[in-house]
Design a protein around this ligand. Structure first.
Ligand code: AMP
Length: 395
């Protein structure tokens, strides 16, 4: 096997990995170690000989990666039999330092460490993943692929908040945007599906998973995106509020004595669909809505209304839209969200085909004469990370 990249996504208590053929996107094996540091961890490895499960305690990220390496040896494919060209690491926040993937060296580690205040939950875990992988796989080049990098093409008037300008210089306060690997991957796939050059296309890409973001893509470059300094801004998400009045923080501090941390936590973990309906999983919201639950109906309406507002905003940003692309769990699977977000927009040239939209095997959800194509494209962030890592090592 040649041209493979070991893709690593290290979270605070998890380590996800995938051995990906950078040319075809095919995964020779994937795995996940969860509940790292707890009494009972969970490790699942899907390899060529089937699935393997283990519930032994895994103390830290180093032990998690050791367990992954052992799983490759025992359940395949043996890493020695694979021509691994790089290890690709997902890194959430690259700030304005990284507009492209980069080879990991001590300088990069120092730069990502400097960015920890911007992503206190994610960057430390990503760094931990990089450091243990460098120790355990020292002979391979390691590449960092940043979630924010794709959005470094935003113009200043799209990334600057209307706050005292010193805040940007002193504290890095500006829009960065996230889900960049997904938006980038899906944009390329959309061009392939339409049989047109990415450089000629204006796209609105909607990544609707547990986290949700919208991006306006002109000629393959992100020109605006809904997530901001952090992944909290923008669309309604599983547990995150998305846009709200920034005065809410101060108001809650005054009337309820809530600290900034408490409000932050509530807006990140107890809001969005969970706060509105009691369920953060979209399938559960759909079930409750179908059973006549009024909170679920309102949550669904708010979710789709926010989406519609962003589609309208990005339509105006781009001037001409060739395609609206839906991806990630909800975007890919929920015909009802696509229908609600795009209903009655024929005057904008958006004509959804109800039959095609409801067909899970059809990647085109619009009518043939729709000026704006509506596409449903599965994302594949691991493949995009593998491709970008390969580009860096082949440069
Ligand atoms: P992701 O973060 O891309 O894994 O997406 C997770 C979200 O997608 C969760 O809210 C799931 O409930 C939702 N999802 C997954 N499958 C479906 C489905 N068949 N229909 C509706 N939502 C789904």
């Amino acid at each position: 096997m040649s041209g493979h990249v070991l893709v690593i996504n290290a979270g605070s208590s998890s380590l996800k990995y995938s051995l990906v053929d950078a040319k075809t996107g095919e995964a020779a094996a994937t795995g996940l170690v969860e509940r790292i540091g707890e009494e009972q961890s969970h490790h699942v490895h899907h390899g060529p000989t089937g699935d393997f499960d283990d519930d032994q305690a895994v103390a830290d990220h180093e032990a998690a990666l050791e367990a992954a390496v052992r799983a490759f040896e025992t359940h395949g494919p043996a890493l020695a039999d694979v021509d691994i060209v790089a290890v690709g690491h997902r890194v959430v926040h690259g700030g304005d330092r990284f507009a492209a993937p980069a080879l990991v060296d001590d300088e990069l580690i120092a730069a990502v460490t400097d960015l920890v205040p911007l992503a206190p939950l994610h960057n430390p875990a990503n760094l931990e993943g990089i450091e243990v992988a460098r120790r355990l796989l020292p002979d391979l080049p390691h590449v960092a692929v940043f979630d924010t990098a794709f959005h470094q093409t935003l113009p200043p008037y799209a990334y600057t908040y209307a706050v005292p300008s010193s805040w940007q210089d002193e504290y890095g306060i500006r829009r960065y945007g996230f889900h960049g690997t997904s938006h980038s991957f899906v944009s390329g796939q959309a061009a392939g599906l339409l049989g047109r050059k990415l450089e000629d296309l204006n796209l609105i890409v909607l990544h609707l998973g547990n986290g949700c973001s919208a991006t306006a893509v002109r000629g393959g470059k992100s020109v605006d995106t809904s997530m901001g300094l952090t992944p909290l801004e923008g669309l309604v998400m599983g547990t995150r509020s998305g846009d709200l009045d920034p005065a809410i923080h101060g108001h809650l501090a005054r009337v309820a004595g809530r600290s900034a941390e408490e409000t932050d936590r509530a807006l990140n973990s107890e809001s969005g669909l969970k706060g509105l309906t009691g369920a953060n999983d979209f399938r559960e919201v759909s079930r409750r809505r179908a059973a006549g639950d009024e909170r679920a109906q309102l949550g669904f309406d708010i979710y789709c209304y926010r989406l519609r507002k962003y589609i309208g905003a990005y339509y105006a940003v781009l001037g001409r839209v060739d395609a609206i692309v839906f991806t990630a769990g909800v975007g890919q699977h929920s015909a009802e969200v696509r229908a609600a977000a795009l209903s009655d927009l024929e005057s904008l040239g958006i004509h959804l085909d109800p039959v095609r939209n409801a067909d899970p095997t059809d990647q085109i959800a619009s009518t043939e004469d729709s000026a704006v194509a509506v596409l449903v494209i599965p994302t594949n962030e691991e493949w995009e990370i593998a491709r970008q890592a390969l580009d860096v090592v082949r440069r």
